[in-house]
Design a protein around this ligand. Structure first.
Ligand code: ATP
Length: 246
């Protein structure tokens, strides 16, 4: 048991959830490495949501609400860290979930689908009858009525090649990645440089708020968003946080 008084309680709880995910067969062992890399970047940004990340989260919520066919991709880390939260977001923006794994096995995909259903997920795309062009066969498999035909895709923790392949298909890609320098972060249309455990609930809150707003306000948010500036701000935030720690 990690005591609540531990100064890095949240981070350690998150780490335990990933370890449990591996034990349950939901998360890959490579997912542990991704988590470690994420933790290092989270440390550098101060383990909190920055202003620029919050703005990207609000813009992403607006994009999902405006989309004709939004889809939310779920991988093994997301299924272990924020399963209930991602279901809640899926309901708030009316977007189906689709399990999309980099280290793909049918067994793990089925376990994640079962896990999401046991937590109440009703809208999951489960077919693998289409291929994303430009990537290796197994990693390219998607649902023709899900990611394949979506106009806006949220990919929390995606690999750089697949992120690029989705952008090349003409989709608007929203990524969540604590590393502002990763290929995924640099390729996506909107990059949320924040931990998924903070980003997903923030996006749901924004979606609930913006769902009551005028459509023009949502369009304005999307049109004014500049991902280059957003990424530059994320890197600036890291430098400022490091300077203030000297
Ligand atoms: P790329 O192919 O995009 O260059 P990569 O090879 O650096 O990525 P992977 O190891 O495939 O990255 O994926 C891990 C990515 O996910 C890292 O960039 C890491 O910072 C990020 N990440 C890991 N855990 C979290 C988390 N909880 N929240 C947000 N981002 C995370």
């Amino acid at each position: 048991m990690i005591p609540k008084s531990h100064p890095r309680y949240e981070s350690l709880i998150t780490r335990d959830k990933i370890v449990d995910g591996v034990k349950q067969g939901i998360t890959s062992t490579q997912g542990l490495i991704a988590q470690g890399r994420g933790e290092a970047f989270d440390y550098l940004i101060g383990e909190k949501t920055t202003h620029s990340a919050l703005h990207a989260e609000k813009t992403a919520a607006a994009m999902l609400l405006l989309a004709k066919k939004p889809v939310i991709s779920v991988n093994g880390n997301v299924a272990a860290l924020v399963p209930e939260e991602i279901i809640r977001l899926s309901e708030a923006v009316n977007a189906p979930l689709e399990v999309n794994l980099f280290y793909r096995t049918e067994d793990r995909r089925n376990k994640i689908i079962k896990h999401l259903r046991s937590l109440g997920a009703k809208n999951i795309r489960t077919k693998t009858d289409a291929l994303v062009p430009g990537i290796e066969h197994e990693r390219a498999k998607v649902d023709s009525s899900g990611i394949f035909s979506a106009d806006v895709v949220l990919v929390p923790l995606e690999d750089g090649d697949r992120c690029k392949a989705l952008v090349d298909m003409g989709k608007t890609v929203i990524a969540i990645d604590l590393n502002p320098l990763s290929r995924t972060a640099q390729t996506a249309n909107v990059t949320i440089v924040d931990n998924v455990v903070r980003a997903i609930p923030n996006m749901t809150r924004f979606a609930d708020e913006l769902g009551r707003s005028d459509k023009d306000e949502l369009h304005k948010l999307v049109e004014e968003f500049d991902n280059k500036k957003n990424l530059a701000d994320a890197i600036d935030n890291i430098s400022k946080h490091l300077s203030s720690s000297k």
